[in-house]
Design a protein around this ligand. Structure first.
Ligand code: ATP
Length: 426
């Protein structure tokens, strides 16, 4: 395994070496597990460390955090902890445990267990490997179910026949990993998956767990590929039987991908964007208002997410038709687009082929959105204008004039304010 670890960035190697020291000091064996090990072997970048400890994960985490001087979040109930380093790196630490599923699709009963038990409770063989952390000489791979072989065969395989019954969200996870790595779901696993689908096991899972896995699919590099495969293996009826994306939806997904890259070029400073929500909204736009309401409630989406979806679905037709006109003033474009989220604007742009609309959106993003007034409330105050709702009214009028090129400088703005103020008082 040493050859894999050698390729890691210096900072990650140093973190692993410190974890090794904590393991020696506490006499608790510690292992890198899950996605980190899978991606290490595949040579895929993944710096989210996942550590499992034989003993007490929380105690280990406390000592580790002290050494790293990092923030520590302890989840007593689950016996887990998360370290968040200053550069944003996340390290999840747990105690080796086993799980028992009392009945189909129910949450598991978790108790302490050995490393093998901890690995055998996992979803797929490729995610069920551990790498012992310690001195250089004993960094060995623990791979009880043949995960490394499956990685080289490029296949997703469950660890036992009841895996999908225990946790049907693994149906979505299997598809996600298969599509992400261009692997294949291994034939007997595929048979088990198909059986689980035909028993409608996904509908037995609580909505918020499905939501989390669906969001993860939409966060993948190629969500069109993910949803296409999901439709062919399971459909989206666990969300709504009316939800049937087709060729044109996948085409729209591709266009969204292009628009997101363009947006990131315009705002390289990494403006926070919920990219998954754009794809999700594109799916919701296939449905009527009542159905969307039902879905957003059953998936327990956040208020802000629900609002962004709804405002797009309700305003889409009107805004597309208005923005498709050729001659629109800057202020008009601003007033149409300003109330929308960036997610909605990107989706509008991906949805329509109208050249005028595309130009107006580009102008909004590149120019109008960043327009700021020179004047502030202080200026209004020193002109003797009494604070109140009139301030907003004046600012809106000056901004309109500025967007339309009628004022430019600080002096222009002041002159206009005086004029507006006079006419307000008349
Ligand atoms: P990603 O690269 O998408 O983050 P990951 O493998 O790191 O993938 P996580 O969801 O962070 O995925 O889970 C960490 C590990 O926990 C997995 O590798 C797997 O071993 C285990 N795991 C996660 N979800 C399940 C599940 N539903 N059933 C069984 N094991 C799971």
């Amino acid at each position: 395994m040493r050859e894999y670890l050698k390729k890691l960035p210096k900072e990650i190697k140093s973190l692993i070496s410190i974890a090794g020291k904590v393991s020696q000091e506490t006499k608790m064996p510690a292992y890198l597990v899950g996605g980190f090990v899978r991606d290490l072997i595949l040579g895929v970048k993944n710096f989210d460390l996942d550590i499992t400890v034989g003993g007490s994960g929380i105690l280990f985490a406390e000592k580790f955090a002290r050494r790293l001087k990092s923030e520590l979040n302890i989840h007593e109930r689950f016996g887990t902890a998360t370290l968040i380093l200053k550069n944003g790196t996340k390290i999840d630490i747990a105690t080796t445990r086993k799980e028992r599923y009392p009945n189909c699709a129910a949450l598991p009963v978790v108790t302490l267990g050995s490393l093998s038990e901890d690995l055998l409770r996992r979803d797929f063989t490729i995610n069920a490997m551990a790498l012992k952390i310690g001195c250089d000489s004993d960094q060995q791979l623990v791979d009880p179910s043949g995960g490394k072989d499956d990685l080289s065969r490029k296949q997703i395989r469950v660890l036992h026949d009841l895996s999908f019954q225990d946790d049907p969200t693994r149906i979505l996870r299997a598809i996600r990993f298969e599509q992400r790595y261009n692997f294949k779901i291994e034939p007997s696993t595929l048979k088990l998956l198909n059986e689980a689908v035909s028993l409608s096991l996904l509908s037995k899972v609580s909505a918020h767990r499905l939501r989390d896995d669906l969001i993860l699919m939409l966060k993948e590099d190629n969500p069109a590929k993910q949803i296409k495969r999901l439709m062919s293996l399971a459909s989206l009826s666990f969300i709504s039987s009316k939800l049937k994306p087709d060729k044109s939806t996948y085409g729209l997904f591709k266009a969204i991908g292009r628009e997101v890259s363009r947006f990131k070029k315009i705002f390289p400073s990494n403006r926070k964007l919920d990219v998954w929500l754009i794809y999700f909204t594109a799916l919701m736009a296939l449905l009527g208002k009542a159905e969307i309401n039902k879905i957003t409630r059953s998936l327990a989406l956040r208020k802000g997410e629900e609002k962004r979806i709804m405002s797009y679905c309700q305003m889409r037709k009107k805004i597309i038709s208005q923005l498709s006109a050729k001659d629109l003033t800057a202020a008009r474009i601003f007033s149409l687009l300003k109330p929308l989220s960036f997610e909605a604007i990107i989706l509008l742009n991906a949805t329509s082929r109208n050249k005028n609309l595309k130009k107006h959106i580009t102008d909004f993003l590149k120019i109008y959105h960043g327009v700021r007034l020179h004047v502030s409330g202080k200026d209004l105050h020193s002109l003797g204008i009494i604070p109140g709702p009139v301030y907003q009214k004046i600012f809106a009028k000056v901004l309109t004039a500025k967007l339309n090129g009628r004022v430019t400088t600080y002096q222009d703005e002041l002159v206009l304010i005086k004029k507006i103020n006079r006419s307000e008082r008349e």
